[in-house]
Design a protein around this ligand. Structure first.
Ligand SMILES: Cc1cc2nc3c(=O)[nH]c(=O)nc-3n(C[C@H](O)[C@H](O)[C@H](O)COP(=O)(O)OP(=O)(O)OC[C@H]3O[C@@H](n4cnc5c(N)ncnc54)[C@H](O)[C@@H]3O)c2cc1C
Length: 455
């Protein structure tokens, strides 16, 4: 039997107060009921050493970025190792000719955008957590965001990866070149695998020309039918908006509670629409205004310049503080065919009412991707308004989204939170093939065990 290599002592953090900050992600109720080893990797060697040690000792490893995840995927496992990658945060290369950036997994999304911007380029994926989440976490969750409606999700912007496998072996996937079809698409397999197949240690990201600062249209709707009509019509436009975000009435109220962002109390929903098309944003916004009016918008405001455009987005930027202020909640992440968007919002309200739960619904309307929140009072021991009622409402809406032909997670991932519904969506045979693949890459199941594939 080979001796297990020692963990890299200099990278281990033992201070319990610091460790506490690395125990959980941002999902509701995330907790770790026991001690764990925290390694803050300094380089590739540290990652390899940790995995070799873990393999030899059969110790669970949780790859971890900035812990903004909302599915419970980067929560520490008692007795396991948290392998934090935030220290691998260097952008080593920007190649404007190939249109790529090479960076460490710990690079903050906004920092990669800033580095690309210096060369007139743009890394498009923009989760609302862009200022704090890491590219490694984005790759592992195939993160979405606000501009996916035009630019796609993280998977559409990753050309290649360096990955350390459970055995400690280092592989590269994909390519740097703009084309390439050699072999199976292992990059695609690792993107969205939530730390269960390997640890991402380098990312080759695709960059595109930097767009114009966007212009905005804000439309008020008095019915879900008109809202859905508007989104469908916008999707059919030859020049797709770069953002289509929706806020329902209770969400507007939560935001208005923090300040006056101009949302009328009696409205059913607000739709925010942007264009960033170089040289044509003014023309696009005028066209979108016509589309929104024809669909039945009851009020409309458009911006003529980027400053005004940002003002119209002011309320949307207060979404998270507004919802946070309302108290504890289960946060959904479901995606349905776009034509069913209004039905899904109404279903969320119905399900909430049936459980005595306050519900807000907002999200990336142009993708059919909604984030309903089910609020509860932790002091209520059971029944209407309780945590159990909110959890039940959360589960019911997942099933409703599936019945509409949707998915249990649009962008946050499966983690521990959605694992029990994965089979319902993909089917038993497909889930078994996924488990087979997991077994191939991680035969001793040390990488993020208990997550994604286990129900
Ligand atoms: C306020 C707020 C807004 C958000 N908005 C959005 C949004 O608009 N769109 C969206 O998609 N998400 C959003 N999120 C969720 C979250 O930011 C994303 O899931 C993000 O990609 C997680 O990145 P992270 O660095 O925090 O990863 P973590 O939370 O640390 O980890 C997430 C998962 O990735 C794995 N992982 C992390 N790093 C690696 C690595 N190097 N190798 C292998 N596996 C790894 C972990 O094991 C875990 O399974 C939001 C979260 C918050 C708190």
């Amino acid at each position: 039997m080979t001796m297990a290599p020692e963990l890299p002592t200099a990278a281990i953090v033992t201070d319990p107060d610091i460790k506490a900050g690395y125990a959980v992600d941002s999902s509701l109720g995330a907790h770790c009921d026991g001690d764990f080893t925290l390694v803050r990797a300094r380089d590739l060697d540290d990652v390899v050493t940790v995995l070799r040690h873990a393999q030899a000792t059969r110790t669970p490893v949780v790859p971890q970025g900035a812990r903004t995840g909302l599915a419970g995927g980067s929560v520490a496992i008692p007795g396991g190792i948290v392998l934090n990658l935030e220290g691998l945060d260097t952008v080593t290369e920007i190649d404007p000719i190939e249109g790529i950036a090479v960076c460490g997994p710990g690079t903050i999304n906004a920092d990669l955008k800033a580095a690309a911007a210096q060369q007139g380029l743009w890394y498009a994926p923009d989760p609302a957590s862009s200022g704090s989440c890491t590219i490694g976490g984005n790759v592992a969750t195939n993160a979405g965001g606000l501009c996916c409606v035009k630019y796609g999700v993280t998977a559409d912007h990753i050309r290649g990866l360096q990955v350390v496998l459970a055995s400690g072996e280092v592989i590269t996937t994909g390519r740097r070149t703009s084309k390439g079809v050699a072999g199976l698409d292992l990059t695609g397999l690792f993107v969205g695998s939530e730390g269960t197949l390997g640890v991402v240690t380098e990312v080759v990201a695709r960059l595109i020309p930097r767009p114009e600062p966007p212009l905005t249209a804000l439309a008020i709707f008095d019915s879900m039918a008109a809202l859905t009509r508007a989104i469908v019509a916008l999707r059919l436009e030859p020049h797709r908006p770069s953002l289509i975000e929706v806020l329902d009435s209770p969400t507007m109220a939560a935001i208005q509670a923090l300040g006056d962002y101009g949302y009328p109390a009696e409205a059913t929903a607000v739709l925010l629409v942007q264009s960033d098309r170089a040289g044509h944003a003014t023309e696009d916004i005028a066209r979108y205004a016509q589309v929104l009016e024809a669909a039945g918008a009851s009020d409309l405001a458009t911006a003529d310049d980027p400053q005004e455009a940002e003002l119209l987005m002011g309320g949307r930027r207060m979404l998270n503080p507004g919802l946070e202020a309302k108290g504890p909640r289960f946060l959904e992440d479901i995606c349905v065919p776009i034509v069913r968007l209004g039905d899904l919002i109404e279903a969320a309200h119905r399900v909430g009412a049936a459980h005595g739960i306050e519900v807000t619904t907002s999200g990336h309307g142009g993708d059919g991707n909604l984030h309903p929140s089910f609020f509860f009072d932790p002091e209520v021991p059971g029944g209407p308004g309780s945590r159990a009622a909110a959890e039940a409402a959360f589960g019911e809406l997942v099933t409703i989204a599936l019945a509409m032909g949707g998915t249990i997670s649009g962008e946050h991932g499966i983690g521990t939170l959605k694992a029990r519904w994965l089979e319902q969506e993909v089917g038993a045979a497909s889930l078994q093939r996924q488990r087979d693949l997991k077994h191939l890459f991680d035969p001793t199941e040390i990488l993020n065990p208990g997550r994604v594939y286990w129900s």
